[in-house]
Design a protein around this ligand. Structure first.
Ligand code: BGC
Length: 337
């Protein structure tokens, strides 16, 4: 009888140990692989190379164009690309997404280096783990990122400054709506713009406010600026949706043609505003090409091919007279002059 009870206790004990070990192993693998996070886009098992594109803001038309370019390369290269990241611009959340990608042991990461110092540790962590990282749109030059693909943001801001000088004959009182005071692409654009204006003593920048890359906030900040500086007669919007906010405020206040507006990017709505004569000029970037090239470069890195560190996409100024009769004009997808 004693023997029998011992045997039962023994069997119970062994079963408990085996069950708990099994559970520990199951949850450890689950946590490590982060399957719930990065397999959302395709439910099929991932085959071959698995890259991730982490944008600043997922549902932003500019980033959707980058995604389109990346998807084209995804098909050509026969890899799996996932597009996921912060729903609304948020640097801490953005870094968290990069951490998740590292934990999921992806084969390559494409993301912005929004703030060099803040993003450097997580980018270097990926590199240390053997995951190549391409910075896109905004570089993190002091990190060990494998390469940068995107606009020369200082140059882009400088071009905007030169365009404003030319179009206003060197006479303007300017308000700047910037996408962010913290993001380095925005800082470089404002810096380039202000540097270009140094040669135009008749132009004065009266205020700079942040839209947090949101159209509504761009509108609110424009309104506030106009109340604080009634003499403002020109605006520079440094991120894709800023010119939309600027225009909507000017419309609400009773549209006046003598305002000069220069924005950023060539989203369909931007092109419409240029056609209508509401936005005078815009800085052209090539998000489609950025997405496409960054996937191509990741593939080359996966094949141990050398890739140049800095890969600038071109930047130029677009005005109404540059639009042809051919519509729509979306340089990103190869339409237009
Ligand atoms: C910038 C992106 C930004 C976007 C916001 C673009 O001009 O290059 O960094 O996320 O605007 O709408």
């Amino acid at each position: 009888m004693v023997m029998k009870t011992d045997k039962w206790i023994y069997t119970f004990f062994i079963t408990a140990v085996v069950l708990s070990a099994g559970m520990v192993a199951f949850y450890a693998v689950k946590a490590f692989a982060h399957t719930g996070e990065w397999n959302q886009v395709s439910s099929e098992p991932l085959e071959g190379l698995h890259y991730v594109l982490i944008p600043q803001e997922t549902d932003n038309d500019y980033w959707r164009l980058i995604e389109k370019g990346a998807r084209k390369a995804e098909q050509e290269e026969n890899i799996t690309l996932e597009y996921n990241g912060p729903a609304k611009s948020d640097m801490a959340d953005h870094i968290e997404w990069i951490e998740k990608a590292i934990a999921s042991r992806v084969d390559g990461i494409i993301t912005q280096g929004l703030q060099d110092e803040l993003f450097r540790p997580v980018i270097n962590k990926a590199i240390d783990k053997g995951i190549p990282v391409i910075t896109i749109d905004t570089d993190a030059p002091s990190s060990e990122r494998s390469a940068y693909v995107g606009t020369d943001n200082y140059e882009a801001g400088f071009l905007a400054g030169e365009a404003l000088i030319e179009d206003t004959n060197g006479q303007a009182k300017v308000g700047i709506i910037t996408g962010s005071f913290d993001a380095e692409n925005m800082q470089l654009r404002v810096q380039g713009f202000n540097d270009a204006l140094k040669k135009a003593p008749g132009i004065e920048v009266l205020d700079t406010k942040s839209s947090d890359i949101k159209r509504i906030q761009a509108a609110q900040k424009t309104n506030q600026m106009m109340a604080e500086h009634p003499e403002i007669n020109a605006f520079f919007g440094t991120s894709a949706l800023d010119s939309f906010g600027i225009v909507s405020t000017l419309q609400q206040r009773g549209w006046q043609d003598d305002f000069y507006i220069i924005g950023f990017d060539t989203l369909p709505e931007t092109i419409d505003l240029i056609e209508e004569g509401k936005v005078d000029a815009t800085v052209v970037q090539h998000p489609f090409e950025m997405g496409y090239e960054s996937v191509k470069k990741l593939k080359e890195l996966s094949q141990n091919k050398p890739v140049g560190a800095i890969n600038h996409t071109t930047t130029s100024i677009l005005r109404k007279q540059d639009l042809t009769n051919q519509k729509p004009f979306y340089p990103e997808i190869g339409e237009g002059p």
